[in-house]
Ligand binder design. Structure first.
Ligand SMILES: NC(=O)c1ccc[n+]([C@@H]2O[C@H](COP(=O)([O-])OP(=O)(O)OC[C@H]3O[C@@H](n4cnc5c(N)ncnc54)[C@H](OP(=O)(O)O)[C@@H]3O)[C@@H](O)[C@H]2O)c1
Length: 314
């Protein structure tokens, strides 16, 4: 068995987009602290955030100060090619927010594939040499972009959406990552919470008030055939869950964690203590091969998976 280039990451990574009170519900910091304490007490030490997730980096900086943890952040380049000053100040800003001397992981989101990112990656390499960044990753890169990025810098992880509903990764990216030894960090394993008991038997979900679920994941579900196939998948998940005495969310997480090349599964922070415990437990056992196959085949029958990573989001 090959040795992971990312040994410290926990199998479950806590997604901290949920700390962005502009995109999700506004959560008081005391409640966030309680939830983070619970994750840490259960052995989950890795957190995912981004420079564009509002207060998320700053809150994590305060709550994780002096605690044994790994933080993955993102540097998001939406417009144009950044100047060297812009790149440096982005990294300095994340260092200040997270109250660290060195960023454990920086994952690059590069929005426009038409723009050449090689100079930016060369600068990120310099920041590694200067000790400001330990490891580099990317997020939402399509396959040609990742091929090119690898010529510019060492890429250890690729963060991308992967769930029983969205399996576009399997078209090109997963085999490519396996070949290159790049580990996959999968986000959206519960399709933002839709793959859970909360939505079993629901014929048409109400538009959620916490709008990331409604806009980000509803858009994805729409692109993959709409709600009816998700409702059908939930029935199959419920049957498998019952067989193991587990929940739908646990089965959905377990399916992702067992896919080839997946190093860790990123699931968004929840305040619900029982959900936290269930999510952590989902990484302590395995669906058997027959049930993995059953779920994969059901998903293949229900959803079309066209395009490469990030093919319709840009
Ligand atoms: N790179 C990117 O472009 C990108 C894009 C999206 C996300 N991400 C990252 O990935 C992280 C994870 O993605 P995600 O949070 O959107 O997806 P997710 O894990 O599919 O969904 C998380 C949501 O599901 C609900 N949930 C969690 N555990 C549950 C359980 N056991 N039963 C029922 N519901 C449960 C929670 O909502 P409630 O408890 O509030 O119902 C939580 O907010 C984000 O926080 C972010 O760090 C990255």
């Amino acid at each position: 068995m090959s040795v992971s280039p990312n040994p410290g990451l926990s199998a479950l990574i806590v997604g901290c987009w949920q700390l962005d009170d502009r995109s999700w519900k506004a959560i008081p910091e005391a409640n966030l602290e309680r939830a983070i304490d619970t994750y840490l007490a259960l052995g989950i030490t890795t957190f995912d955030t981004a420079d564009i997730y509002g207060r998320s980096e700053q809150v994590l900086g305060r709550l994780l100060k002096g605690r044994d943890s790994i933080v993955l952040t993102k540097a998001v380049f939406f417009e144009g090619v950044p100047t060297p000053n812009q790149v440096r100040s982005k990294i300095e800003n994340s260092l200040r927010n997270l109250q660290r001397d060195r960023l454990d992981y920086v994952q690059i989101h590069w929005h426009n594939p038409q723009l050449d990112f090689s100079a930016t990656f060369a600068q990120l390499n310099d920041l590694i040499e200067q000790g400001k960044i330990t490891k580099l990753g990317v997020t939402n890169f399509n396959t040609p972009m990742l091929e090119k990025a690898l010529q510019c810098a060492p890429i250890c992880v690729h963060q991308l959406q992967y769930s029983l509903v969205d399996r576009r990764v399997e078209n090109l990216m997963q085999p490519f990552c396996l070949k290159q030894g790049i580990e996959i960090l999968s986000y959206g394993p519960l399709s933002g919470g839709f793959l859970s008991e909360n939505y079993l038997g629901v014929t048409s979900p109400q538009s959620a008030t916490d709008h990331a679920r409604s806009f980000f994941y509803s858009t994805m579900i729409h692109a993959h055939g709409g709600w009816p196939p998700v409702a059908d998948l939930l029935e199959t998940l419920a049957q498998v869950a019952q067989k193991y005495g587990k929940t739908i969310a646990q089965v959905a997480l377990n399916w992702v964690k067992q896919q080839a090349g997946v190093r860790s599964v990123i699931s968004g922070l929840t305040l619900d203590r029982q959900h936290i415990q269930h999510n952590v437990d989902a990484f302590t056992w395995n669906l058997n091969a027959e049930d993995i196959k059953l779920l994969s085949e059901r998903s293949s029958t229900l959803f079309q998976q066209t395009g490469d990573i990030y093919s319709y989001e840009r």
